[in-house]
Design a protein around this ligand. Structure first.
Ligand SMILES: Cc1cc2nc3c(=O)[nH]c(=O)nc-3n(C[C@H](O)[C@H](O)[C@H](O)COP(=O)(O)O)c2cc1C
Length: 329
């Protein structure tokens, strides 16, 4: 359903800049509690519903309360880096409205963990939904010492969030995806998981070959990862899209790969999945898509592109379709 969406008349960069202000005003007119539908209990956390905000939407944790008011069942803030950094130089954002596709090469613009931690500490507890922090290395940190950035982020944010997402699947930080290669993953991940206080999830790339996926799942499982988020944006998908070669594509064209990776992951894990969290993201554009991912076996679902093409009331729209019908009086 396309309707009138004035934010699509703005340039992607301007819409991105305005969004915090617009969100705050929209959420003023919404109830402040997220709707309950298909709630989930996991490791002592209560998810009022299965649909959450994906990494990158609220990079600096400036709109947590607005997302709750708009109906999100959980949030992933970040990617947060240890030091503040501006990210890549423009152009960094693009969109194709006819195909409901986004393109970005932002490269983790972040206010840095210090400011974000302060914001989290000042928030009233308990949180209305679980909040995960997506963490990433600074662009200037060499790959050899990347694990130190992640350990520092865990140390700094311990006790301020409900869990972490290790992001080594973004295509926009030079060399980052090398850390996800089976040859490097064990050495990189071990010191991070040794520092675990809250659950830690690993975010996967949609551009992984079958064999690579199998090894990555086994290595991370055996080291004690608590779950997986699949997937990040794709560098491989460009069919009929006029986006540059670098950067990552998200939105409707990513749906096929995201679903295939979810199905393969569940098959490869089999009974080893027990107790671990599986979050599906990529090309979820409607309530039917949310239900499809849950039916395929995902515990939770996230969106980014749908918030651009469908708007910030997406969470409430999905809730209205996912709530069990009220019995007639
Ligand atoms: C503009 C933009 C910025 C993003 N930034 C991040 C990020 O900082 N960290 C991250 O893990 N994923 C990031 N993502 C990826 C999303 O979290 C998600 O994995 C991807 O967009 C697929 O979901 P979608 O099809 O619903 O958009 C970003 C995506 C977009 C479009």
């Amino acid at each position: 359903m396309m309707g009138v969406k004035p934010w699509l008349w703005l340039s992607p960069a301007l819409a991105h800049k305005l969004s915090p202000t617009v969100l705050k005003s929209l959420s003023l007119f919404s109830p402040d509690k997220p709707p309950e539908w298909q709630p989930l209990e996991w490791r002592g956390l209560h998810f009022p519903n299965r649909l959450g905000v994906a990494g990158g939407v609220d990079k600096d944790a400036r709109n947590i309360k607005s997302w709750w008011a708009l109906g999100a069942g959980f949030l992933e803030i970040g990617t947060i880096t240890p030091q503040p950094q501006p990210g890549n130089t423009p152009p960094v954002l693009g969109r194709d409205v006819s195909q409901e596709a986004l393109w970005n090469r932002l490269g983790f613009p972040s206010q840095g963990v210090g400011r974000i931690k302060k914001r989290l500490v000042e928030m009233k507890r308990p949180f209305l939904t679980p909040v995960f922090a997506n963490i990433g290395k600074n662009a200037a940190t060499p790959l050899e010492s990347a694990a130190e950035d992640y350990v520092e982020l865990l140390n700094q944010l311990r006790g301020t969030v409900d869990g972490f997402v290790v992001n080594i699947s973004s295509p926009n930080t030079k060399g980052l995806r090398d850390l996800l290669k089976p040859e490097r993953l064990q050495e990189f991940l071990r010191p991070i998981l040794q520092k675990k206080s809250e659950p830690i999830l690993l975010k996967l790339s949609p551009d992984m070959e079958d064999e690579e996926l199998e090894r990555v799942l086994t290595i991370s499982h055996d080291l004690g990862i608590d779950g997986w988020i699949l997937t990040n944006t794709s560098q491989g998908i460009r069919d009929n899209l006029r986006f540059p070669k670098e950067g990552g594509v998200s939105g409707r064209p990513l749906a096929g790969r995201s679903k295939a990776l979810l199905q393969r992951t569940l098959r490869l894990l089999g009974p080893r999945r027990q107790g671990r969290l599986i979050v599906s993201v990529g090309g979820v554009m409607s309530a039917e898509d949310v239900q499809e991912r849950l039916a395929l076996g995902a515990d939770l679902v996230q969106v980014y592109s749908a918030l651009i093409f469908e708007g910030p009331y997406f969470f409430r729209k999905v809730a209205n379709q996912c709530l069990p019908a009220k019995p007639m009086a």
